[in-house]
Design a protein around this ligand. Structure first.
Ligand code: FE
Length: 229
């Protein structure tokens, strides 16, 4: 098996949200496709351990908010590397609830749609939900972020709970002169040749030169949580 083959499947970057009674939750999803047009049906893969899975199976509704290319890494990290069981992921995020009770993100989204679940397929670690579109709206003009853009331009990482997670995807370069440090929480790599453009850190700033209050742009971990790559 050559992992590079799977790396060449293309995806987008979305926030999938659902609800259970008054509680709401949302998570990052890349494994999502439109499977028919009339009526519009969407397939989405969700890890069965995730709170969003529990909410979708309960409410039978989910929404998809399409992320803009300009979305900051920490916004993605908030939904991709934290659990809704441990904290309210929507705190501080601008969103609105649709008639069903499902929330859609207004921050960093260019459009959204809602789907009613028609069917669910057990895929082992993940479940594939097929939903029929019930409501949709374009929020603003923008470019939808692709999974490739997230990884190669934004330099984001993939949590282990994602269907596309491949353990070998983190390169072990072992060259300390490259001054790369890896976040032990989310595997984001601080590369001094790149800096941290989301937070105004210019290329050429070494990890040691970063201010003490600097945190991982993906998951918010502190400098002490980084290890030499
Ligand atoms: Fe991190």
């Amino acid at each position: 098996m050559d992992a590079n083959v799977l790396h060449n499947i293309t995806y987008g970057m979305y926030i999938v949200a659902s609800f259970k009674d008054a509680a709401i939750n949302a998570q990052i999803v890349n494994a999502l496709i439109q499977v028919s047009s009339h009526p519009a049906k969407i397939a989405v893969s969700i890890n069965k351990k995730n709170l969003t899975y529990e909410f979708i199976t309960n409410s039978r509704y989910f929404t998809v908010s399409t992320l803009d290319e300009a979305t900051p890494l920490n916004f993605i990290g908030k939904f991709g590397f934290k659990s809704g069981r441990a904290e309210d992921k929507l705190e501080g995020v601008e969103y609105k609830k649709l008639v069903s009770g499902c929330p859609v993100m207004l921050d960093n989204s260019i459009c959204y749609f809602e789907a009613r679940v028609l069917d669910e397929f057990d895929c082992g670690t993940h479940a594939l939900f097929i939903g029929e579109e019930t409501e949709s709206e374009v929020i603003k003009v923008g470019r939808p972020m692709s999974y490739d853009y997230y990884h190669n331009v934004k330099r984001g990482t993939t949590p282990q709970s994602a269907p596309t997670f491949i353990k070998e995807e983190i390169p072990i370069e072992g060259n300390k002169n490259m001054q790369k440090y890896r976040c032990s929480v989310c595997n984001y790599i601080y590369d001094s040749a790149v800096g941290d453009p989301d937070n105004g850190v210019a290329p050429g700033i070494s990890f040691e030169q970063l201010p003490d209050k600097w945190v991982c742009p993906v998951c918010g971990a502190e400098k002490k949580d980084f290890v030499v790559e």
